[in-house]
Design a protein around this ligand. Structure first.
Ligand code: NAP
Ligand code: F7E
Length: 350
């Protein structure tokens, strides 16, 4: 009998990590996830997948680790003995990267090199062939004119994007120098009800739910004219798995092929609950970035032709799903508030 495949997922507690873990477990994989030690629980998004390690036939295994710590990454690889590594961990917030550029480079850039070196040594010592997926980003295109595809030169516009470009080239170099099956998935923005609350789509849909129920009065945003190519994270994670199950390694653009402005997203989200965004949204320059990426619009022809991949969720469906989910969350907040609980949960949002 052949052994089930083993996947190692860094960033398993993030938006994409949680959808990826679900899909891999559904396909019969053993999944090892890297989680960070935090002073509060950070495993909300994978709570529904948790398996008690005391039970038999457990297929989800969690390890403490950090992309800033090469020793522990090596130890996890030796323990998990993965067939495939999905590197989704990153300081992934573009706005925050301007505030913490050195840390962002350390984790989002150098962290990838640490993993690649650990894999190179593991493969050399054991003779095992391990595949590697890198979560590259459309932010690497930065100010390159739209539409952006596999041949478009990069022009990064933030410390985050610069770190991703560095990692992208390291992945290609490990493929060419050591024959590693290493791929870049260049993913355009993808969102979901599990999106972090400081990214613009979720910031908007959270506010829509709260404003509709009277829990919040205004929504302060930055650049409303920026355009993004938004898809659903569930669909994009499917693309990652297809890339890693392919015959040969490469670099692939994953996008919806449509772009919308932040203003259009806000208008659609408020309209879902019968409100006009203009009555609630105000521009606050504190959310402007020192350098902005104005227009991302991806060309995923290569993914369609090679893997038959295309997104299943439209822009309108994505907005509606996020608003529905955040309306439910706001309803729960309202119940708590009425029962006398303090529901002020706002951090510094960027
Ligand atoms: P996310 O929700 O911000 O998740 C990031 C994950 O990385 C979290 O699990 C986080 O752990 C972990 N992490 C952060 N710093 C770490 C460190 N020093 N060591 C180990 N783990 C660390 O991001 P996402 O939206 O799922 O995106 C997944 C990946 O795709 C990221 O690399 C991102 O840059 C990239 N990407 C995202 C998009 C998009 O539109 N979503 C598009 C292109 C590329 P905690 O939970 O403990 O914070
Ligand atoms: O911003 C504008 C902001 O933070 C989108 C990450 O997953 O996708 C994401 O990066 C746009 C920008 O995502 C606010 O200036 C206006 O133009 O949701 P965002 P992002 O920067 O595109 C890429 C592909 C990644 O790889 C990243 O990891 O919205 N915007 N007002 C705002 N953005 C935020 N966050 N907050 C605002 O109030």
């Amino acid at each position: 009998m052949t052994q089930p495949a083993v996947a190692l997922v860094t960033g398993i507690t993030g938006q994409d990590g949680s959808y990826l873990a679900e899909q891999l477990l559904d396909q019969g994989y053993h999944v090892h996830g890297v989680i960070r030690r935090a002073s509060v629980f950070n495993t909300d998004r994978i709570e529904h997948l948790y398996q008690d390690p005391h039970e038999q036939d457990v297929r989800l295994h969690l390890h403490y680790g950090d992309l800033a710590d090469g020793t522990v990454l090596r130890r996890i690889i030796e323990t998990a003995r993965p067939d495939v590594v999905y590197n989704l961990a990153a300081q992934s917030h573009v706005g925050v990267s301007f505030k913490t550029p050195e840390y962002t480079a350390e984790v989002t850039g150098l962290g990838v090199l640490r993993l690649l070196e650990a894999l190179r040594d593991h493969s050399h010592r054991t003779g095992r062939k391990v595949r590697f997926y890198q979560a590259s980003s459309s932010e690497m295109y930065g100010s390159a004119p739209a539409p952006q595809g596999p041949e478009t030169p990069f022009h990064p516009r933030s410390p985050y994007a610069c770190a991703k470009v560095y990692a992208y080239h390291q992945v290609i170099n490990y493929r060419e120098a050591y024959g590693l099956f290493a791929c870049n998935g260049i993913l355009f923005n993808h969102e979901s009800p599990r999106r972090g609350e400081t990214f613009v789509t979720r910031k908007i849909t959270r506010a829509v739910g709260r404003i509709k129920l009277g829990l919040q009065k205004k929504l302060y945003l930055g650049n409303l004219d920026a355009r993004r190519d938004w898809g659903h994270a569930r669909d994009y994670v499917e693309a990652m798995v297809l890339i890693m199950q392919g015959d040969e390694p490469g670099d692939f653009v994953v996008a919806s092929g449509e772009s919308h402005s932040v203003r259009e997203f806000a208008a659609s989200a408020f309209a879902e609950v019968g409100l006009d965004y203009q009555d609630f949204v105000e521009v606050d320059p504190r959310y402007f970035r020192p350098s902005e990426v104005e227009h991302l619009h991806g060309d995923a022809t290569q993914m369609r032709e090679k893997f038959g991949w295309r997104p299943r969720t439209s822009f309108a469906e994505l907005v509606a799903e996020m608003v529905r989910s955040d309306l439910k969350l706001a309803e729960r907040e309202l119940v708590l508030q009425k029962a006398g609980h303090d529901i002020r949960t706002r951090g510094t949002s960027l």
